[in-house]
Design a protein around this ligand. Structure first.
Ligand SMILES: C[S@@+](CC[C@H](N)C(=O)[O-])C[C@H]1O[C@@H](n2cnc3c(N)ncnc32)[C@H](O)[C@@H]1O
Length: 287
């Protein structure tokens, strides 16, 4: 087991009134907080002072960040900040914490996975989320994707079909909020079949789908605003293309959709977009 250093400076002991009792994050969240991205040392020191995180994980996060920037998997200052601010180690299984920043998807139980950081970065960057955007995620899984989104906008909805997984992830958010990660209070969660979207909260500026399906679910397209963007893996089981779908209006006002492949044709396998029969997950949605 790698030695984990404990943040124990005077700054860590300071109590900030805006933080909940028992918080371990030294400074209250603010949209103005942004870690320096010029060097690993400056990043790690800033994150220790402001977020109270473990320097060993922070060094891993920095190394993954550099690889993602070089590979163009994370684009734009807002997305870079969101990646650097999101503690992926909190969303993986304990057994996988040391691998949290590997270039790999990881098992999270229930037969599903947390997507690899490069994929999360590329899909989220393609969405181009601005602060204030309403974003819907289909496939909460570990909760990492929505946590990342909560550093881009304060309006996030996420749906998970596997109820015990949805409950476990809700518990992770609640525990992190209690520790001072107040940004995750922006994430609304529910367990349901995401094929039908979240009608009561619609319409959305952006929709991200993190499970693979052979068509765009009509309810999701309907719940996307005109001018909105959806990122969705489309294709047969285990062989999807990750598409960026934009919705606008033709001259006669009819909805019009344009698609582009964010990986220029590369096949990316996703876990299946399953469906509910009563309370039971059974089979997949397909045309
Ligand atoms: C790649 S995994 C999780 C990725 C997730 N965004 C993360 O950050 O860990 C995809 C998730 O989609 C969920 N899923 C599959 N079909 C679904 C559906 N119809 N509605 C909602 N979630 C679904 C799976 O149970 C799984 O948790």
């Amino acid at each position: 087991m790698r030695r984990r250093e404990v943040f124990a400076t005077a700054a860590a002991a300071a109590v900030y009134r805006a933080l909940p009792a028992g918080a371990t994050v030294p400074k209250a969240y603010s949209w103005d907080l942004s870690p320096p991205a010029g060097s690993r040392e400056a990043f790690v020191a800033w994150m220790q002072d402001n977020r109270g995180e473990d320097p060993a994980f922070l060094r891993d996060r920095w190394a993954r960040f550099e690889a993602m920037v070089a590979n163009k998997d994370v684009a734009g200052e807002r997305d870079k900040r969101a990646f650097l601010m999101t503690p992926r180690e909190e969303f993986v299984l304990n057994a996988n914490r040391e691998r949290a920043y590997d270039h790999a998807f990881l098992d999270i139980g229930f037969g599903v996975t947390i997507s690899g950081p490069h994929l999360v970065g590329r899909m989220t960057s393609a969405l181009d989320v601005a602060r204030g955007d309403k974003v819907l995620e289909i496939g909460t899984g570990s909760g990492y994707q929505s946590a990342y989104l909560a550093n881009l906008t304060d309006r996030v909805w996420t749906i998970e079909i596997v109820r015990p997984l949805a409950e476990r992830t809700r518990g992770i958010y609640d525990a992190l909020i209690a520790r001072g990660y107040s940004e995750y209070a922006a994430v609304q969660t529910k367990s349901a079949d995401g094929y039908y979207g979240w009608e009561e909260a619609a319409p959305f500026d952006k929709i991200i789908v993190t499970c693979g399906v052979d068509h765009i679910p009509p309810p999701l397209l309907q719940q996307l605003k005109t001018g909105g963007v959806m990122v969705i893996p489309i294709g047969p089981p285990g062989a999807q293309h990750v598409l960026k779908v934009t919705k606008d209006a033709a001259a006669d006002g009819a909805p019009r959709v344009a698609r582009s492949d964010i990986y220029n044709g590369k096949i990316v396998p996703f876990v299946p977009f399953t469906k509910l029969e009563g309370d039971r997950v059974a089979g997949v949605h397909s045309l």
